[in-house]
Design a protein around this ligand. Structure first.
Ligand SMILES: C[S@@+](CC[C@H](N)C(=O)[O-])C[C@H]1O[C@@H](n2cnc3c(N)ncnc32)[C@H](O)[C@@H]1O
Length: 374
């Protein structure tokens, strides 16, 4: 996409994406800096740091959101050092961003802006560190392109396989599907999915929904396969007001607490009515809509399906809900409380016997009494 005017107009979905970023960076900064001297926020497709609304108001872009998140953090005094690296391949964009950053010059922040391609920057940083046998500081890498160019699976995989590094990728589905058949895009699509991937099979699928399910699942699989060791991936769909799949956010982490915080960030984003957020990861055919009223029946079904006729520590249930479903601990607590009241489960609490409380390490849940009505 050619950039004609800076700053450009903000879409409703961009605001939603920014809200998720803001809501995640707050706990990320606090948690990681409690055990690390330095952490890095790397904005690989940084943009100018500013957008315009239709009314002509200026709103913040991701680099400024990240900086403000640090400066306004309630635990700022405890956060040791956050380095901000902002990369954009457009000179005009970086110049605009540099201008915006001048207002922070008194804050003594560690900020670096780089006018280059994301992949070049990441690979150079990692090559240098590897040459000296050093590891990168824990990094949150935001990958937010306009299209599908310049974010090869190889580079992303290199980044996410570094210790304590996480990536949030904006997978531009709409752009991908629109241009996937053009011969001049073949190289970019191959790089996006990885050389060996089977993305060309998309042409075997007839309906838009089938093609969507195929490509999003394939991308998830490719990310998972390129992760060394266990990783957790959550994807969140953004559906626009015309009910068209627009883009999908992929969050990849090796840390369960990171996963938990990202899920909380997603659930906390207000549904503007302009966009629908849903979680694709767990069951793409039946994705969960993020709304104020969670679908407890569905969570109950998922828990029952997993644990029927078993007797397990409550941690196992919470762990399952965290890793394998779209829901949060607090939703699981509501469901377990209701199931206990309805005598669908029996709960052994070692020590205390207060309903609605499920202390870890002390609580065993017996799913043997389930009747057929569930
Ligand atoms: C969607 S905008 C970024 C918006 C920004 N993350 C935000 O939320 O405020 C994408 C930006 O990526 C830049 N860009 C495109 N291809 C790039 C590449 N290969 N490497 C780095 N920047 C790139 C564009 O110039 C543009 O400013």
């Amino acid at each position: 996409m050619e950039i004609k005017k800076i700053p450009w107009l903000i879409d409703p979905h961009t605001s939603a994406k920014h809200e998720i970023l803001r809501k995640y960076l707050q706990p990320w900064m606090a948690i990681l800096s409690s055990t690390n001297k330095r952490i890095i926020y790397l904005d690989g497709f940084a943009g100018p740091g500013e957008y315009l609304t239709k009314k002509g108001e200026k709103v913040k872009g991701s680099p400024i959101i990240a900086i403000d998140c640090y400066l306004e953090h309630s635990l700022k005094e405890r956060i040791k050092e956050v380095s901000f690296i902002f990369v954009d391949k457009e000179k005009k964009v970086i110049e605009y961003l540099n201008e915006k950053l001048k207002s922070y010059s008194k804050e003594n922040l560690k900020i670096k802006t780089i006018n280059a391609e994301f992949e070049t920057v990441v690979n150079n940083i990692l090559n240098e560190l590897e040459k000296d046998n050093k590891n990168i500081a824990p990094t949150f890498c935001f990958i937010d392109p306009f299209g599908i160019k310049g974010l090869s699976l190889n580079t992303i995989s290199r980044m996410m396989n570094k210790k304590s590094c996480e990536v949030l990728i904006n997978f531009m589905y709409e752009e991908l599907i629109r241009f996937i058949s053009l011969p001049q895009n073949k190289k970019n699509v191959c790089a996006l999915f990885g050389e060996e991937s089977k993305w060309k099979e998309v042409h075997n699928y007839k309906t838009p929904k089938e093609r969507y399910l195929f490509l999003v699942s394939l991308y998830e699989k490719q990310l998972r396969n390129s992760c060394e060791g266990e990783c957790y991936i959550r994807t969140f769909d953004m559906v626009n007001k015309f009910n068209k799949k627009d883009y999908v956010l992929f969050f990849v982490t090796k840390n369960k607490l990171g996963l938990k915080k990202m899920k909380e960030a997603m659930w906390s984003v207000d549904d503007s009515g302009e966009f629908t957020f849903s979680d694709f990861t767990y069951n793409p055919n039946q994705s969960v809509l993020f709304s104020n009223e969670p679908d407890y029946n569905r969570l109950q079904k998922e828990i029952v399906e997993e644990f029927k006729f078993k007797k397990v520590d409550v941690e196992e249930v919470f762990d399952y809900v965290l890793v394998k479903t779209s829901f949060l601990d607090k939703h699981a607590r509501v469901v377990l409380t209701e199931m206990e009241e309805d005598k669908k489960i029996s709960v052994e609490r070692n020590g205390q016997n207060r309903r609605g409380v499920f202390p870890p390490g002390k609580t065993i849940i017996d799913f043997n009494n389930l009747n057929n009505n569930i």
